[in-house]
Design a protein. Structure first.
Length: 156
């Protein structure tokens, strides 16, 4: 794959990039959503302990009462990243997290913040997002990794 190869600095993404034999540079804008005090906990546990906070986090894109990032903050971070990528004009392979990809897809589709919750990104899949110098487009999403390789080939 030509162009930039980037990965989130989070361990899971770095290990995935290594497993794909990519020579990635870490990009902090690709880090996973900061879940604050909820990090690493099952959603069912959070729903049992803090149902009102969880409901507010889902309904209010500015809510960060868990001590982490709001969905709005994630949107702003990913918007900055895709703007930077469009200016660089290079192919980019980015190994990142479902929440980050959901925010990127919603951003390029110019969807409202609440659309984040309607986008499902499965683990270990490829989303192909393109920029032709004028606009971003979602070419495909949810394509499986095949034999440890990006599939389809992310090149023109």
């Amino acid at each position: 794959t030509r162009g930039l190869q980037l990965t989130s600095p989070n361990t899971a993404a770095v290990q995935t990039a290594e497993a794909l034999s990519l020579d990635c540079r870490e990009e902090t804008d690709l880090r996973d959503l900061d879940y604050g005090t909820w990090a690493g906990r099952p959603i069912s546990e959070i729903a049992g302990e803090a149902p009102d906070s969880l409901a507010r986090w889902i309904a209010d894109p500015s809510f960060a009462g868990h001590g982490g990032e709001s969905i709005g903050m994630l949107f702003d971070r990913t918007r900055s990243w895709i703007d930077k990528c469009s200016k660089e004009g290079s192919n980019v392979v980015a190994v990142t997290h479902a929440a980050v990809i959901r925010a990127i897809v919603a951003n390029i589709l110019e969807a409202p913040l609440h659309a984040f919750w309607s986008i499902d990104i499965a683990p270990a899949t490829v989303s192909d997002i393109r920029n032709d110098g004028r606009r971003w487009a979602l070419r495909s999403s949810g394509l499986p990794l095949v034999s440890g390789r990006l599939q389809p080939q992310i090149e023109d």
